[in-house]
Design a protein. Structure first.
Length: 212
């Protein structure tokens, strides 16, 4: 059994990760901005705490005593680069201090390559608003890649499609490299992949794709 802290536990990916990890018997702490807004998270012995992933003190307090952190947080009311930059700096700076050596994060498919050295967001005609949001994840990845070796991290990146929040869990997925993947994918199976990496660290300090 591992002790897993999930940041962004109230979101579509986060809820699935909490349920998947708790269902496997792990000790799970779900971090949300407002516990009152997510009353169902506490089922199955899950500990729910309020926290802000962009605040170093909040990250340190929530992560203390855990083995692995999972980062699924997204904010649409804050500029993407500002949010992901602050969140990633807080995670890099505070997880190791709290005794957490492993970070599993959700990436965004628009940063995957359509050809060597060419990301989807760099292709002609890519929408400006989607590019602005994607660059927040790019800042996150840059910060992780530039960090020292104290934190072992992986970014699992689903296809650049709207993930299915209703599809049932199949328990199967494929891990690829940094190239773009296609086809539908579900939050349920993304959660399986994230918890698998939390249980068994198979990929280290790299972004990989995950798809059906």
């Amino acid at each position: 059994m591992s002790r897993i802290v999930v940041f962004g536990a109230g979101g579509r990916a986060g809820r699935r990760v909490v349920a998947e990890a708790a269902g496997r018997g792990h000790e799970v702490t779900a971090v949300v901005r407002s516990a009152a807004a997510h009353p169902g998270l506490a089922a199955g012995g899950v500990r729910v705490v309020e926290g802000d992933v962009t605040d170093e003190g909040s990250v340190a307090a929530a992560a203390q005593g855990h083995d692995v952190a999972v980062q699924t947080t997204a904010r649409m009311d804050v500029p993407s680069e500002e949010f992901y930059g602050a969140a990633t700096r807080a995670l890099i700076g505070e997880l190791a201090k709290a005794g957490v050596r492993r970070l599993v994060a959700v990436g965004i498919g628009t940063l995957l390559e359509v050809s060597p050295g060419v990301r989807l967001i760099d292709t002609p005609g890519f929408p400006a608003d989607a590019r602005a949001f994607s660059l927040g994840h790019a800042a996150e990845l840059d910060l992780l890649q530039g960090s020292d070796g104290d934190l072992d991290w992986v970014v699992l990146t689903p296809p650049p499609v709207v993930l299915d929040d209703e599809a049932p869990r199949t328990g199967t997925y494929r891990i690829g490299d940094g190239r773009v993947t296609e086809g539908p994918f579900s939050y349920a199976d993304l959660a399986v992949a994230l918890v698998d990496e939390a249980e068994h660290a198979r990929h280290h300090r790299v972004q990989v794709s995950v798809s059906s």
